[in-house]
Unconditional design. Structure first.
Length: 403
C-alpha cells in the first residue's frame, strides 16, 4: 500500500553537501539512461557496460563478469582501515511501462518498476564522490553492483564468486528507494526488516467424472478448497501470535466444464515470515495438511516447495550507524520511520547473513507530482531528488564507518 496520505517531509537540501547537490543533474541523466534501457536478471549486459565505463573513466579499480553480469569495484582511502561494502541491484522487471515520460522504457515488455535504476545511480554517484575524496576515509569501499535481485537471485552467486573477499568485507549497507514512504523520510530498524520468501506448487490428483454422478469420483476441487482453507490455520493456530507470518494461495486452477468433476487441481502460493526460527517449519506443516486432507478424501498429491530468500535481518550496530547518519540528513523525528517492516522479500538477506550490515528504505514517493504508484506497477516512478539524498547517506556512512 502506498502511503499517499502522507505528504513529503521537508527535504533540507542544506544537509546534502554542495558537491553532491552539484552532481544532481548528472544523477538524473544517469538514472534516466538506465530507465530507458532496462534489462532482466542475468541479462544486464548494457547496464554493466555503462557502469564499467563510468568506473573506468574515474580511475576506479573494478572487476566485471562476477556472477555473469555483476561488478565489484574498490575505492581505497588514503589510510589503511576496514572494508565497507555498498550493494546496488541492477535488474528490471517483465512489465510494460505505461508512463508517458521522455525517459520511458525503450524495451518492449521490460521496465524498471522497482527503483533499481535509482539504486545503480546512487551507487555510481557514491563511487564518483568517494574517488575524488579519498582523503575523507581510512580503509576500502567495495561497491557491489548485483544482478537478478527480482529472481532467481544474484546475491548468492556473487557471494560464491568471492564478492565479499579480497579484501574481506567487515560490514555492508544497502538501500531501497521506497514508494511506501514519502520523500524526505528514511526507514531504518534493527532486526528483521523484510520477510523470508518461500514458494510452493501442489497438484492434487482426484478422479474425474460426471457432475451428476459424484459418488463415482474424487472431486479435486473440493479437496483443493479444503486444503486452501486448512492452510490458513497455520498462521492462525500454529504460529506464535507475536510473530508475523503469511500463507497465501495465489493460484487455483481446476476444471474444464460446468458438468465435469475435475480430475486434478493445481495450487500455488507463497509463505512469508520474519523470525528465522521458522525456517523449514512451514514446508513441513503445509505438507502435513495437504497429506491429511488428501488422505481423508482418497486423493493423492505432489508438492514442490522452494525456499527463495531468508529474512532480511539488520545488525544492531550497523542499524545504529545508518540511523545516526539519517538523523543528520533528514528532519527528525518526522523524517525517521523506525517501524517500516514489509512482508516483501530481498536477496540482500544473503549478504547480511555473511557479514554484519544494514538495509534500509529511502522514501521516494511524492503524491503532489503523481509519483506515488506502488512498486511493480506499470506506472511506477519516483521523485529524483531522492538520488542526491541516497548518495549523501552512503557517503556519510562511509566516512563514519571508515573514520
Amino acid at each position: 500500500m502506498v502511503l499517499t496520505s502522507l505528504a513529503p517531509a521537508t527535504v533540507d537540501l542544506a544537509s546534502i553537501r554542495l558537491q553532491i547537490r552539484t552532481l544532481q543533474p548528472q544523477l538524473v541523466e544517469w538514472r534516466r539512461h538506465l530507465h530507458q534501457n532496462p534489462e532482466l536478471g542475468f541479462r544486464e549486459h548494457r547496464t554493466a557496460e555503462f557502469i564499467s565505463q563510468k568506473l573506468t573513466a574515474w580511475g576506479i579499480e573494478h572487476q566485471t563478469g562476477v556472477a555473469e553480469t555483476g561488478i565489484v569495484a574498490l575505492i581505497t582511502g588514503t589510510r589503511s582501515g576496514p572494508v565497507l561494502a555498498i550493494r546496488a541491484d541492477m535488474d528490471a522487471l517483465p512489465i510494460q511501462e505505461q508512463n508517458q515520460v521522455p525517459y520511458r522504457s525503450q524495451q518492449d515488455g521490460v521496465m524498471h518498476a522497482c527503483g533499481h535504476d535509482g539504486h545503480v545511480t546512487i551507487g555510481l554517484g557514491t563511487a564518483y564522490y568517494l574517488s575524488h575524496h579519498r582523503e575523507a576515509f581510512a580503509g576500502t569501499v567495495k561497491l557491489i553492483f548485483q544482478p537478478a535481485e527480482e529472481g532467481p537471485g544474484g546475491a548468492k552467486p556473487m557471494i560464491a564468486a568471492g564478492a565479499l573477499q579480497n579484501p574481506d568485507v567487515d560490514g555492508i549497507i544497502g538501500l531501497h528507494l521506497w514508494n511506501n514512504l514519502p520523500l524526505g523520510t528514511i526507514g531504518v530498524r534493527s532486526g528483521a526488516l523484510m520477510a523470508a520468501v518461500e514458494l510452493f506448487r501442489c497438484t492434487i490428483q482426484g478422479k474425474g467424472g460426471h457432475g451428476a454422478i459424484p459418488q463415482q469420483t474424487i472431486d479435486s476441487i473440493v479437496v483443493g478448497a479444503q486444503v486452501v482453507t486448512a492452510l490458513q490455520t497455520i498462521v492462525a493456530r500454529n504460529v506464535n501470535p507475536i510473530d508475523s507470518a503469511v500463507v497465501t494461495v495465489g493460484e487455483f486452477h481446476a476444471g474444464t466444464a460446468k458438468n465435469i468433476i475435475a480430475d486434478s487441481a493445481h495450487l500455488a502460493g507463497t509463505v512469508r515470515y520474519f523470525n528465522p526460527e521458522y525456517e523449514g517449519y512451514f514446508k513441513q506443516r503445509i505438507e502435513q495438511i495437504i497429506a491429511g486432507v488428501c488422505q481423508s478424501h482418497g486423493a493423492t498429491y505432489e508438492l514442490d516447495y522452494h525456499s527463495l530468500y531468508p529474512p532480511v535481518i539488520n545488525h544492531p550496530e550497523m542499524a545504529d550507524l545508518v540511523r545516526s547518519v539519517a538523523e543528520a540528513v533528514v528532519e527528525t523525528p518526522a523524517g525517521l520511520v523506525p517501524e517500516c517492516q514489509t512482508m516483501g522479500g530481498e536477496d540482500m538477506s544473503f549478504f547480511l547473513q555473511a557479514v554484519p550490515g544494514c538495509y534500509f528504505f529511502l522514501g521516494s514517493a511524492n503524491p503532489a507530482r503523481d509519483l506515488a504508484y506502488p512498486h511493480h506497477h506499470p506506472r511506477f516512478d519516483f521523485d529524483e531528488i531522492t538520488l542526491g539524498m541516497g548518495v549523501e547517506l552512503f557517503v556519510r556512512c562511509v566516512e563514519k564507518f571508515l573514520k
